[in-house]
Design a protein around this ligand. Structure first.
Ligand code: NAD
Length: 357
């Protein structure tokens, strides 16, 4: 098999940990991938005084496919989110976040309605309230107000909504639900909804549905199986994607991808969880499953299947589970499960890969 070249952005916080464990898994599965490493985020701030220096971004353009760990964005003030910058620079306008119940039955012991969920959230990633148009209003040296401008364009709404319908068609999905807050955000939400109604006419075979985001949040918790493909704007999608991760076991197991016409960036839903940095405690499953989404994108389906089988076997065996999984088991009444490090978990995954091979 010819070697495929890709970029690796380990990220910061827990990023370098979960990406290094993922590389071990890829190696054990003999995946024909060669990575060039790009240290954006905190390491770049130390070296270049800037989290996403132009020269690294230009170098990154050599690679159409990137595997990425999480990157920290300081809250309130400071640098602009590198995640937002990357999605803009590489125009990866579609964040695709599947929430599929993992084949690990104990995960749903407490809430059986969360088994057999299979929905996909498609989130627009370049505009609305993440367009980065924000400013303070200052009077007599005091910040008296702040304004954020949410930009929704017809062109970008059309491409994400069409992406969602095409995704549904290709993956034999039945319904595309659009989520807005068009009752209050009458213009931005209203335009997105108007474009959805127009684009939907081209897909008569696919069921349509319109939801307001607040109701959607409740319905997803109560009746997650009623949903199939969901398409929404940037901020709404960011919030709902953590919610749907919660339905399937939490951020420790939720993969994601950012797809554009030229580039694709694969990263987990979770962030850099700075309080756990260097503790080798957090679950690498989300990052590993993110890598398997990338393998499928590259047509390496057998390798993806092998790794997924080994991960699910390891989770089912319960021999070495990270703290988040142990917490779920304890809530479900299994009190005798001890917590393992993510290195121990990864060793079990690797053992299982070798056994399956
Ligand atoms: P977070 O996702 O980093 O963590 C939230 C909580 O989820 C953590 O406290 C932890 O308990 C849990 N968690 C996250 N990843 C886990 C894992 N792999 N295993 C087990 N538990 C896990 O969100 P946050 O604390 O709000 O954000 C921290 C930083 O990450 C912020 O700077 C934020 O901007 C950034 N962030 C980056 C990305 C990205 O790189 N795409 C995404 C979200 C947040």
């Amino acid at each position: 098999m010819a070697t495929i070249k890709a970029a690796l952005i380990p990220g910061d916080g827990i990023g370098p940990e979960v990406t290094s464990l993922t590389l071990k898994v890829l190696e054990a599965a003999e995946v024909p991938l060669e990575f060039e490493v790009f240290e954006l985020g905190e390491p770049a701030i130390k070296k270049y005084n800037e989290p996403a220096p132009e020269e690294l971004l230009n170098e990154l353009k050599k690679y159409n496919v990137m595997l990425k760990g999480p990157l920290t964005t300081p809250i309130g003030t400071g640098y602009r989110s590198v995640n937002v910058v990357l999605r803009k620079v590489f125009d990866t306008y579609a964040v695709v976040r599947p929430a599929r119940s993992l084949p690990v039955s104990w995960l749903y012991h407490d809430v059986p309605r969360y088994s057999n969920i299979d929905l996909v959230l498609v989130r627009e990633a370049t505009e609305e309230f993440y367009a980065g148009i924000e400013h303070d209003i200052v009077a007599e040296g005091e910040r008296i107000a702040a304004e954020s401008i949410g930009v929704v364009t017809r062109k970008n709404s059309e491409r994400i909504i069409r992406f969602a319908f095409e995704y549904a068609k290709k993956n034999k999905r039945k319904k595309v639900t659009v989520v807005t807050k068009a009752n209050v955000l009458k213009l931005t939400g209203g335009l997105f909804l108007e474009v959805y109604r127009d684009v939907a006419k081209d897909y008569p075979e696919i069921e349509k549905e319109e939801m307001l985001v607040d109701n959607m949040a409740m319905q997803l918790v109560l009746r997650p199986k009623d949903y199939d493909v969901i398409v929404t704007t940037n901020l709404m999608g960011d919030i709902l994607s953590d919610l749907i991760s919660g339905l399937i076991g939490g951020l420790g197991v939720a993969p994601s991808s950012n797809i554009g016409d030229k580039y694709a960036i694969f990263e987990p839903v979770h962030g850099s969880a700075p309080k756990y940095t260097n503790q080798w405690k957090v679950n690498p499953t989300a990052q590993i499953l993110t890598a398997t989404s990338m393998l499928r994108f590259l047509g390496l389906n057998e390798k993806a299947e092998l790794i997924e089988k080994a991960v699910f076997k390891t989770l089912n065996e319960k021999k070495a589970l990270t703290y988040d999984m142990v917490r779920i088991l304890k809530n479900a009444g299994f009190s005798d499960i001890k917590e393992s490090s993510n290195r121990e978990f990864t060793e079990e995954v690797i053992k299982n890969i070798k056994q399956i091979i």
